[in-house]
Design a protein around this ligand. Structure first.
Ligand SMILES: C[S@@+](CC[C@H](N)C(=O)[O-])C[C@H]1O[C@@H](n2cnc3c(N)ncnc32)[C@H](O)[C@@H]1O
Length: 231
């Protein structure tokens, strides 16, 4: 169902949601992301955080890897990188974009993340917003991430004030405060979560070690980063 009024449309939601429906090609997504200064900045911060946390030579799983932009950065920094990507459109472009790394086996595509044993799982740009609940996911990832390893995810910040111009945001403020979670009635299938709700789903396997942003950033940053440490 499309949002009824123009003011209810949210390009970020629609973009992230349509990707999995193959409405856009992987190439269009790729070019959009690389041409967007705001998204490049967010990606740069995420990659720097991930690379700073990874021990030398650590093995990574990029979960919902998209077109392989992050995977290629991890591989370039000496990390064997498994990629899991359910969208055929994204996966096809990933194979093109990362063909050299795939040939050298520094990037390896996996149909199921459960086959991997890694020190870290990364999920950049709202992958976890496609889930209605993260309990089963974190239980599964507990078998994938080695003890003391981590899951680093960037998710849409539900408190971002830039979204307050949309009717769906205003309609869901009370749901967010009461339940810490809401979904929008659109074709995007994107859910918003308060960090505490994701942290509860991650326990007892992972503890929330770091949450970014802090302070005023909760009003101004579209994305939040959550770092979970395997217990
Ligand atoms: C906005 S894209 C981000 C892609 C990539 N991580 C990046 O940084 O560009 C969201 C991705 O989540 C993936 N995704 C959606 N549902 C998923 C699921 N259940 N498991 C894994 N990935 C999923 C989509 O296929 C899509 O590639």
């Amino acid at each position: 169902m499309q949002p009824a009024k123009a003011e209810d449309r949210d390009e970020d939601n629609e973009w992230v949601g349509k990707v999995i429906d193959n409405v856009h090609t992987g190439e269009q997504y790729h070019e959009f992301m690389l041409a967007s200064p705001r998204d490049r900045l967010v990606r740069d911060r995420f990659q720097k955080l991930a690379l700073g946390l990874l021990p030398a030579g650590a093995v990574v799983l990029d979960f919902g890897a998209g077109t392989g932009i992050d995977a290629r950065a991890y591989a370039a920094n000496g990390h064997l990188t498994f990629v899991h990507e359910p969208s055929a459109a994204m996966g096809e472009y990933l194979v093109r974009y990362c063909r050299d790394e795939i040939a050298r086996k520094t990037i390896v595509a996996v149909a199921s993340p459960l086959t991997c044993k890694v020190q870290a799982v990364t999920a950049n740009f709202a992958v976890l917003n496609h889930f209605t609940d993260h309990t089963v996911l974190f239980e599964e990832l507990s078998n994938v991430v080695q003890p003391d390893g981590f899951v680093l995810a960037s998710m849409l910040n539900p408190y971002y004030l830039g979204d307050a111009r949309y009717g769906w945001w205003r309609a869901n403020v009370m749901n967010l405060l009461r339940r810490g979670h809401y979904a929008i009635a659109s074709e995007s299938h994107i859910h918003r979560f308060a960090p505490r709700v994701v942290a509860r789903a991650a326990a007892p396997y992972f503890r929330l070690e770091r949450l970014i942003p802090r302070g005023f950033g909760w009003a101004t940053d579209l994305y939040m980063f959550l770092l979970f440490r395997r217990i």
